[in-house]
Design a protein around this ligand. Structure first.
Ligand SMILES: [Cu+2]
Length: 243
């Protein structure tokens, strides 16, 4: 009985309080000047509007990115002997875009009387540092116009001399102290190239969608070019036969 009365009383108090508050709010709103009323009602609407715009903008950006999507080239290369796969480079001949060369320099080392790596693919405009890691003196020069027939001179262990490759093509790199020393720099138009793995596989990810010619470069052998269409979010497969 007591509990019931207490409960009832409590409920009435609570109800009363709620009604009072509601009335207070109504009164508060009714006495506010129009501009303030607008502000009170518009604030939540504005927040909603901005939230909706943010979501829409993000969605649009996402859809746009999909539209200019990127695909992957997945390739396999066959050769009579697996050793011919070494230092084979797969690349896209031309991508209609201007590409900024990387600020980081590439490196060709001279170690144990050998240029390492033997084949270096780079984007046009890249600087290559030539390092001597041997105890003997080495020279670095190129007889090719692609590399402006440069001769960097002859130097000792630990020293590095740079050269920036600004012309497209293949530059052979030699040392006039050791005539057997030979390397190649492939100066390419775009950054979409890959070194073929020893099992003959290669992958070029992040290629903008479009139609391209894919080429293979190897020191001794040749392979027929492939014409492919890259589609967003898809992987395009190519097979080369090195002969
Ligand atoms: Cu040398």
């Amino acid at each position: 009985m007591f509990m019931l009365a207490f409960g009832k009383m409590n409920f009435r108090r609570w109800y009363g309080l709620r009604r009072e508050r509601s009335v207070e709010r109504q009164t508060y709103l009714s006495v506010l000047p129009l501009t303030k009323k607008i502000r009170v009602y518009m604030t939540p609407l504005a927040v909603l509007f901005f939230a909706a715009s943010f979501v829409t903008a993000n969605f649009t950006l996402y859809a746009f990115a999909e539209e200019k999507g990127l695909g992957t080239i997945t390739g396999t290369v066959k050769a009579k002997k697996a050793k011919f796969l070494k230092d084979t480079i797969a690349y896209i001949e031309n991508v209609p875009n201007a590409f900024e060369p990387p600020k980081e320099h590439a490196l060709i080392d001279q170690k144990n009387m050998t240029f390492i790596p033997r084949v270096l693919p780079i984007l046009k405009g890249t600087t290559v540092d030539f390092l001597n890691s041997d105890l003997v003196q080495h020279n670095v020069y190129s007889p090719d116009a692609v590399a402006d027939n440069f001769n960097l001179g002859t130097w000792l262990k630990g020293e590095t001399r740079p050269f920036t490759f600004n012309k497209l093509g293949i530059a052979s790199i030699r040392c006039n102290v050791h005539v057997d020393m030979l390397a190649y720099v492939l100066v390419l138009q775009n950054p979409y190239f890959a070194r073929v793995n020893i099992d003959g596989s290669f992958s070029i990810p992040g290629v903008p969608e479009g139609k391209y010619t894919i080429k293979l470069w190897s020191e001794r052998l040749k392979a027929q070019d492939h014409h492919v269409e890259i589609k967003a979010g898809a992987s395009t497969t190519v097979e080369f036969d090195l002969k």
